[in-house]
Ligand binder design. Structure first.
Ligand code: HEM
Length: 410
């Protein structure tokens, strides 16, 4: 049992260490440490899942290709199944996030190839988008870093990569914010309506965009994918193409926003680390990895066991789900020296903030590129930036770690 948690305070459910819970929001790391040290392979009967907190078990699980992800393969009533069941029909027709081989590889491989060559090609343009957004933020006084910088950058970047028409950008941003509500299992009625409206509008828009690019290809990812589909190089249906292009949008916005927000918050609360970055901007790449390790924007991922097996000596049955706490793995003292110290100056072993194995985040290279440039540009433009005096509010979305607002003074 960890010293800082009293007897009887050991979490019983993964929801207690998620952003759902006030403790999980204000400090997820204390209860996660207690689990890591006292019950690293926990059976959670409330969420009907196993919950892993040790780096070694988690690395092994996410890398193991024999696990599956398709929610219908999970036991009834489990969180993995309920979460998707109650959402947007993902159960029958999921994106690559919830697909298994051979479909997963059939779709992911050509998509990743096209996506990565596009990101490389567009690097200068992506950096210019970031520069413009940071230059347009207030020159002095107080402002909310989330709404001025961390939120607009990822959505504008992905819109340009996909090839969204400039004239539709405002609508696209509005729909994107609407569909991101699909990540929230506790939407209000109004939010549920907004989600449905946005999803319909976005589906219609992607159909329109795909039709237009088939007729007249442009220099963008939608045209690249339409061409691969037409040539037979990508064996992918129209529906699959649309769904997975949308997955890039949903998967990449909030997460990258949180990487930027968490990073700026960490630098402003660790001035010695900010000084180190300012003194050597080439540390930005390592700084991004340390932010990802220290406050992982996605705090958990999951797998479904296809058969009876053991994890850490515990009996896991076929169809049971296994949640892996990426946030906990990244603070495991068995792997990271002084794990609770935010230190951008040392090279650490690799973290698991992007998961691992066949489902490892497809957007990792883009998120890294964006965050690296944001940290360099932001602190060069605002060398005197400090935190404004305002209460810190973490978002309540379970399994994500990010700030609602981040008031700064420049
Ligand atoms: C800091 C930013 C990001 C974080 C922390 C993050 C985290 C993750 C994690 C943990 C997974 C699950 C991996 C696993 O289960 O092993 C994942 C999958 C995924 N992410 Fe990201 N992500 C980020 C940015 C992005 C971006 C920018 C995009 C797209 C533009 C994206 C698109 C996806 C997709 C499509 C998947 C599903 C991949 C698959 O199952 O094959 N993510 N991400």
């Amino acid at each position: 049992m960890a010293d800082d948690m009293k007897q009887g305070e050991m979490p019983q459910s993964i929801l207690e260490v998620s952003a759902f819970d006030p403790q999980g929001r204000s400090d997820p790391h204390t209860p996660l440490k207690a689990l890591r040290e006292g019950c690293p392979v926990m059976r959670d009967e409330i969420a009907k899942t196993w919950f892993l907190t040790r780096y070694g078990d988690i690395r092994e699980t996410v890398n193991d290709r024999s696990y599956v992800r398709l929610p219908i393969k999970a036991e009834e009533g489990s969180l993995a199944r309920r979460f998707v069941d109650e959402q947007s029909g993902e159960l029958e027709q999921p994106s690559i996030l919830f697909l298994d081989d051979p479909d997963h590889s059939r779709i992911r491989l050509p998509l990743a190839k096209a996506f990565y060559s596009r990101i490389q090609k567009m690097k200068p343009e992506i950096e210019a988008i970031i520069d413009d957004i940071i230059d347009a933020a207030p020159a002095n006084g107080r402002f909310d870093l989330m709404s001025e910088i961390a939120v607009p950058i990822p959505v504008l970047v992905i819109a340009r990569i996909l090839g969204v028409d400039e004239s539709r950008l405002a609508e696209f941003r509005d729909w994107s914010e609407g569909v991101i509500l699909s990540l929230n299992p506790v939407c209000t009625e109004e939010e549920t309506e907004r989600l449905a409206r946005s999803a319909d509008a976005l589906n219609a828009y992607f159909d329109e965009l795909l039709t237009a690019r088939r007729k007249a290809p442009q220099d963008d990812l939608v045209s690249d994918m339409a061409a691969l589909q037409a040539s037979g190089e990508a064996d992918i249906s129209d529906d699959e193409l649309r769904r997975n292009l949308e997955a890039l949008l949903v998967g990449g916005n909030l997460t990258t926003t949180d990487l930027i927000g968490n990073g700026v918050w960490l630098f402003l609360t660790h001035p010695d680390q900010l000084d180190a970055l300012k003194a050597d901007p080439a540390l930005a790449g390592q700084a991004v990895e340390e932010v990802l390790r220290y406050e992982a924007p996605v705090s958990a991922t999951s797998r479904i066991s296809p058969d009876d097996r053991e994890i850490g000596g515990c009996p896991v049955k076929a169809r049971q789900t296994v949640f892996c706490s990426l946030a906990s793995a990244n603070r495991d003292a068995a792997v990271f020296g002084q794990p609770d110290r935010f230190d951008i100056t040392v090279k650490r072993p690799s973290h698991v903030a992007f998961g691992g194995g066949p489902h490892i985040c497809i957007g990792a290279p883009l998120a890294r590129m964006e965050a690296r440039h944001v940290f360099q540009k932001l602190f060069a433009r605002y060398p005197e930036m400090t935190l404004a005096d305002a209460p810190l509010e973490w978002r309540t979305l379970p399994f994500f770690r990010g700030l609602e607002t981040l008031a700064v003074e420049v």
